[in-house]
Design a protein around this ligand. Structure first.
Ligand SMILES: [Zn+2]
Ligand SMILES: [Zn+2]
Length: 130
């Protein structure tokens, strides 16, 4: 095993499904190839009516840059703040960021909502990638 990148920079496991990632492109992205395709649909599948459109934008950005990582608790995610200096704990109905403490909808929650929405689509058969 040759590690050329600091462990903290790598995502060993898929952010969405938790499977271990092998392809280096997946590791960098933080999602397996199938889950990336789900992410692209996340915004359409999620009910983001309580969030502003700009929050939905930030939320997709957060997801695509792996700014949202699962924790040991299945419904709780760790969201990285926009300057990368802090992390918050977010669920679909709460967040430890400043806005969240005032029960104001924040884009961290929007991104959890989006990520969770992709899970529901599992029922539907995904188009075979090969
Ligand atoms: Zn995955
Ligand atoms: Zn928040």
């Amino acid at each position: 095993m040759t590690a050329t990148v600091a462990p903290g920079d790598l995502n060993e496991f898929c952010t969405r499904c938790g499977r271990s990632l092998r392809a280096s492109s997946s590791v960098r992205r933080g999602y397996g190839p199938t889950c990336v395709s789900y992410l692209h649909n996340a915004r359409d599948n999620a009910d983001l009516s309580e969030f502003h459109p700009w929050q939905a934008d930030k939320a997709s950005e957060l997801l695509e840059t792996c700014g949202l990582v699962p924790t040991d608790h299945p419904n709780v995610y760790r969201a990285v703040s926009s300057d990368g200096s802090r992390t918050y704990l977010s669920t679909t109905d709460g967040c430890t960021c400043k806005a969240g403490q005032y029960r104001v909808p924040c884009y961290h929650r929007a991104s959890v909502t989006m990520l969770r929405a992709t899970r529901k689509t599992r029922r539907r058969r995904a188009r075979a990638p090969r």
